[in-house]
Design a binder for this molecule. Structure first.
Ligand code: NOJ
Length: 705
């Protein structure tokens, strides 16, 4: 629809109708007539108000959307179609690996494809907006929502966030109804919840926010993301959802976001719980002034906004908010077709293949003392709480059917004819497990979290395996069996106490619909591992929050001063993680040449070309991930000792060598200064080629003049 026409629609709306556009309900508000019950009664919402509502959250199927939209359009005076939103985080019906797992692929294109595929399935069921991607900067795996993140590196997270937005939204939402609008979340600081406890207070500096927290949001906004969601948390004393100063100066001005801002679930009314608002009216006023356009799932706006607008003479601001919502509906082509997307054809077979591919690229091989790959002729014993379970989809898979997923046992039984599986109960019987172990050449121990133990409201203070899981590992270790530990989790776990008791470790996260078939193919060597950790696996909970981007301190611990007391270290633990960021093994072996630089000096406007030759020195074809890190030697504000700058996935046949090139613009070495401006300083820089944030294999220096 032409902009003028849309403006005319806005001009015809009453204040009540405008307020309605900014309110959201669940599907169960519809389909009732006469007596008002259920959620509508609790909200003391009139039927007239219902048919002024702007959006609906949480429908499942196209028929439901069709019915609600039809009923709504029949009753509403203005006939503005409803907007349907849902959490489509890692797939809709076909479930892909959790976002943290997919970040292990370091593959922006794969993520774009999975997001586009998820959009197709969701659009076919009438969904217009997904509450994804989550761009939160994270470094505390106690926080269950690291599951939805892209891991601890802000640069990787920015690139992957952009891919999600591209994949979901495509190029033109009105012309391509198989795409959906994306909502990047949670603005801002949610990942820094104190103690890793969900919904807890946050207090981070401006430099930290601009340096690490904003870039991924900037990336999404640069890709024209249609919505942003405010976070639940307070930041430096003020809950974000009611923080006018923060939202207007940082999100609206600095990041230049002019799309729809939606609160998180009930976050407007929760300003009362934060004790920064006495009642719903004050809460609504604060959120509205912070330019929060849609009040997700409370009736604060619905009941209070008209009064606030009248008292504060804020009609112009109300119009701006409603305009953003109408514009989104128009961008989606809803005025032309309120049933957009529902005739989308979904090719389930190719989606399943993509899910399998994503799972292959997401699993990470952390350790392998020559026990993997397993031979299909071997006697394999499979044990552990995650051996037969179909609880492999992960937290945000509310439409995905676990029964359609392949468990590890399902997948392994098709590849290993001699497979024996013991249930948890059977494995707890010492004599049964002893007999099974005597027969087995190798044993696969599958353990880890349930989907309830990771995700939202799933913070944990202890990240070790459970006592019974550790006991099982111990029993197997005592019998000297060659053990392969497969861990399922939505976060890095602490494996320090078990890592030495097994010969191999695989991080299987929650890999989605094709979990079992992908893991079995990897275990057998039919597929090769290529995943790398997007988040460090700490040695101990006491190290948290932790990121490989450790800042320089005045008293650094070095190789030479290990025994000195007054250095930055723990008395009872190493400083570093058990498995570092970027770590991931493969069945192939690779060697790297030194770095060749196009020049030793460059000016701010120039680009440096860096080359390295990588050789597959093994008999197995595979993917290698050369990682380029840098260090700015002297800076105005403290900077990490090591920062990821570039990476490339390269496939090499057995024995093959190739030279790869990284182009580095001087502007990519910029950091946020004390005045909050991001710029590159002249001076010396060190470049490191690495297999992980710990395994540096080549080094070089250059200067910016
Ligand atoms: C609360 C979560 O924090 C948010 O990420 C999600 O999108 C909303 N609920 C909607 O379900």
């Amino acid at each position: 629809m032409e902009t003028n026409k849309l403006k005319e629609i806005l001009a015809t709306l009453t204040v009540a109708e405008k307020v309605g556009q900014l309110a959201q309900v669940t599907p169960d508000f519809f389909g009732k007539s006469g007596e008002i019950t259920g959620p509508m009664a609790q909200w003391s919402m009139s039927e007239e108000q219902l048919y002024q509502i702007g959006s609906v959250l949480g429908t499942h199927r196209a028929e439901e959307v069709q019915k609600i939209q039809t009923e709504y359009l029949a009753h509403s005076r203005h006939k503005i179609p409803l907007l349907f939103m849902a959490d489509v985080i890692h797939g809709y019906e076909t479930i892909f690996p959790i976002p943290l797992a997919m970040a292990a692929s370091f593959d922006p294109l794969l993520i774009e494809k999975t997001a586009a595929a998820a959009a197709t399935e969701a659009a076919a069921e009438g969904i217009h907006v997904t509450f994804s991607p989550m761009a939160d900067y994270v470094k505390d795996p106690r926080w269950g929502r690291v599951l939805e993140s892209n891991g601890e590196d802000p640069r990787l997270s920015k690139v992957l966030t952009e891919s999600y937005v591209k994949g979901y939204q495509g190029t033109d939402l009105a012309k391509n109804p198989q795409h959906v609008a994306a909502c990047v979340k949670h603005f801002i600081g949610y990942g820094a919840a104190e103690g890793g406890r969900d919904y807890n207070t946050v207090d981070i500096s401006d430099v930290e926010m601009y340096q690490n927290y904003l870039p991924a949001f900037q990336g999404a906004i640069d890709q024209d993301v249609k919505l942003v969601m405010t976070s639940f948390n307070s930041l430096r004393g003020i809950p974000v959802t009611g923080n006018k100063e923060l939202v207007t100066t940082v999100l609206r001005q600095h990041l230049d976001f002019d799309g729809v801002l939606i609160s998180d679930w009930a976050a407007v009314a929760e300003l009362i719980n934060h004790r920064v608002a006495a009642d719903r009216k004050e809460a609504a006023a604060k959120a509205f002034k912070a330019t929060v356009d849609i009040d997700m799932m409370t009736d604060s706006y619905l009941q209070e906004l008209a009064k606030i607008v009248a008292e504060e003479d804020a009609l112009a601001q109300l119009d701006e908010a409603v305009w953003r919502v109408l514009k989104l509906k128009n961008d989606l082509g809803l005025f032309e077709n309120p049933y957009r997307g529902m005739d989308t054809k979904v090719d389930t077979t190719s989606l399943k293949q993509l899910s399998y591919q994503a799972a292959i690229q997401s699993a990470v091989l952390l350790k392998n003392e020559q026990v993997l790959p397993l031979k299909t002729t071997e006697n394999i014993l499979l044990v552990g709480s995650k051996a037969v379970t179909k609880d492999v989809l992960g937290a945000w898979s509310w439409i995905g059917d676990p029964e359609k997923a392949t468990s590890l046992a399902d997948g392994m039984s098709t590849r290993f004819p001699q497979l024996e599986v013991l249930t948890v109960e059977e494995a707890s019987d010492r004599s049964l497990i002893s007999t099974a172990l005597q027969k087995a050449d190798k044993v696969v121990i599958a353990v880890g979290e349930t989907s309830e133990e990771a995700g939202e409201a799933a913070s944990r203070a202890d990240l070790h395996l459970t006592d019974s899981e550790k006991e099982l590992i111990e029993v197997i270790h005592q019998q000297k069996a060659a053990a392969i530990l497969v861990t399922f989790s939505g976060r890095p776990l602490i494996l320090t106490d078990v890592a030495d008791k097994v010969a191999a470790i695989i991080t299987a996260w929650f890999l989605g619909t094709e979990t079992g078939s992908a893991l079995a193919a990897l275990l057998s060597g039919a597929e090769n591992f290529s995943g790398h950790l997007p988040m460090s696996f700490p040695r101990s909970v006491g190290q948290l929050p932790y990121s490989y981007q450790e800042m320089s301190t005045g008293r650094p611990q070095t190789q030479a001063n290990q025994q000195e007391k007054y250095t930055s270290r723990y008395l009872d633990e190493e400083n570093g993680p058990l498995y570092p960021f970027g770590h991931g093994l493969s069945y192939s072996e690779f060697s790297f040449s030194q770095l060749t630089l196009s020049q030793q000096q460059l000016t701010e406007g120039q680009t440096l070309t860096v080359q390295v030759t990588v050789t597959n020195t093994s008999q197995t074809a595979g993917f290698v991930l050369p990682q380029l890190y840098f260090q700015d030697e002297v800076t105005e504000v403290i900077r990490p000792k090591l920062e990821l700058l570039k990476w490339q996935q390269v496939f090499l046949a057995a024995g093959e060598a190739t030279t790869i090139t990284f182009e580095i613009a001087a502007t990519e070495l910029a950091y946020v200064h004390a005045d909050l401006h991001r710029r590159t300083d002249p001076g010396r820089f060190r470049l490191f080629l690495a297999k992980s944030a710990r395994e540096l294999v080549a080094e070089s220096v250059f200067e910016i003049v």
